[in-house]
Design a protein around this ligand. Structure first.
Ligand code: ZN
Length: 168
């Protein structure tokens, strides 16, 4: 199931596998700001996400890291919508592998289709939107990428560690 909320110029897209059509086992989120899609949720919701985004036509996917609840929706967006994907070079290697997952992770999120991406630079831009890439180790193998921007948006601030210059 998929539930989208607009906050300012950011759309928060919550997704989760549902066994009863009413409740999600565990929500994960992707965000779209301008034409930049940050993460793609899990394998179980990949077709819902592609359907939701077919008219929004993001110009680029940015994967923050390789975990199954962040890259699971890449394949149909790339194959059907032709969206370019960016990630950290270490993450690109990890995204291309099929890795071992605990059974609960398979049940909740499913195996992501191995995928590829182009190396991300120090910033991602789309029109007036510019996000600066910040590497933060510790969450997973390879780096995790939150962003810094100038906008004051509570959704990105809460979920991605996006900070304004005033927060520094
Ligand atoms: Zn993760």
């Amino acid at each position: 199931m998929l539930n989208a909320t607009q906050v300012g110029n950011v759309t928060e897209i919550k997704m989760g596998r549902s066994l009863d059509g009413v409740t999600a086992l565990y929500w994960v989120a992707a965000y779209i700001i301008g034409g930049i899609l940050i993460d793609t949720g899990c394998d179980y919701t990949k077709n819902e996400l592609a359907e939701f985004l077919k008219d929004k036509k993001p110009s680029v996917i940015v994967n923050t890291h390789y975990h199954e609840d962040h890259v699971g929706g890449n394949a149909p967006l790339v194959d059907r919508l032709g969206v370019r994907t960016l990630a950290h070079p270490e993450t690109i290697c990890l995204m291309a592998e099929r890795y071992e997952m605990h059974p609960y992770r398979v049940e909740v999120w499913g195996y992501p289709t191995p995928c590829t991406a182009d190396p991300i630079g120090t910033a991602v831009k789309d029109g007036a939107v510019s996000l600066r890439v910040v590497e933060t180790p510790g969450h997973c193998r390879g780096p995790h990428l939150p962003f810094r921007g100038d906008a004051r948006d509570s959704v990105l601030r809460r979920h991605l560690g996006w900070r304004t210059p005033q927060d520094s």
